[in-house]
Design a binder for this molecule. Structure first.
Ligand code: ADP
Length: 162
């Protein structure tokens, strides 16, 4: 069984993330979406547990997608699975440098761990959780960016942050 781990902050999950998940399920037997705790990057909009629950609601219809979270390094977390592959979405050349560095570090820490990059759909190359949070603060309609199952919650929470 081939397992893909799709790690990220997912604060919150966007249609860009969902697009990568849907495409990864076509390639792998199972996809594990893992909310990673990113120490001190910013004050999150949703707690780790909330993010896990939001993602669960969005991927409920996919039987081969699981949702998890981890406080560990990805290289350590990946040891839970047999020969997993890390899947990352690349939106633009600007994503490349940090993602490439992460892939090399993960390989250094865990020799068995391969990273595969999936090109973002051109429809979503502009989309990030950060931009969604920014737009939401001003009350913008987020329905083109956020999965419908969680739209109300994201809309409400981002507005509270303004
Ligand atoms: P963000 O940059 O939106 O805060 P995350 O840290 O949650 O994203 O990203 C997790 C993974 O999803 C990363 O590999 C990132 O490059 C990818 N990703 C984020 N947004 C998109 C998108 N719109 N299309 C494709 N991949 C994306």
């Amino acid at each position: 069984m081939t397992t893909a781990i799709y790690p990220g902050s997912f604060d919150p999950i966007t249609l860009g993330h969902l697009n990568i998940i849907k495409r990864a399920v076509q390639v792998f037997d199972r996809v594990v979406v893992c909310v990673m705790v990113n120490s001190g990057k910013y004050t999150p909009l949703f707690t780790i547990q909330e993010r896990v629950e939001l993602i669960r609601r969005v991927v409920e219809r996919f039987p081969n997608v699981a949702v998890d979270c981890s406080h560990d390094l990805l290289a350590e977390y990946a040891k839970k699975y047999e020969k997993p592959v890390v899947v990352k979405g690349l939106r633009a050349i600007t994503d490349f440098e940090s993602e490439f560095q992460m892939a090399l570090i993960n390989k250094k820490l865990n020799e068995e761990l391969e990273t595969l990059f999936m090109a973002a759909s051109e429809k979503y190359t502009y989309l990030s959780s950060t931009i969604v949070k920014e737009l939401g603060k001003y009350g913008a309609d987020l329905s083109e960016f956020i999965p419908r199952e969680i739209l109300d919650e994201v809309q409400t929470r981002t507005r509270q942050r303004s």
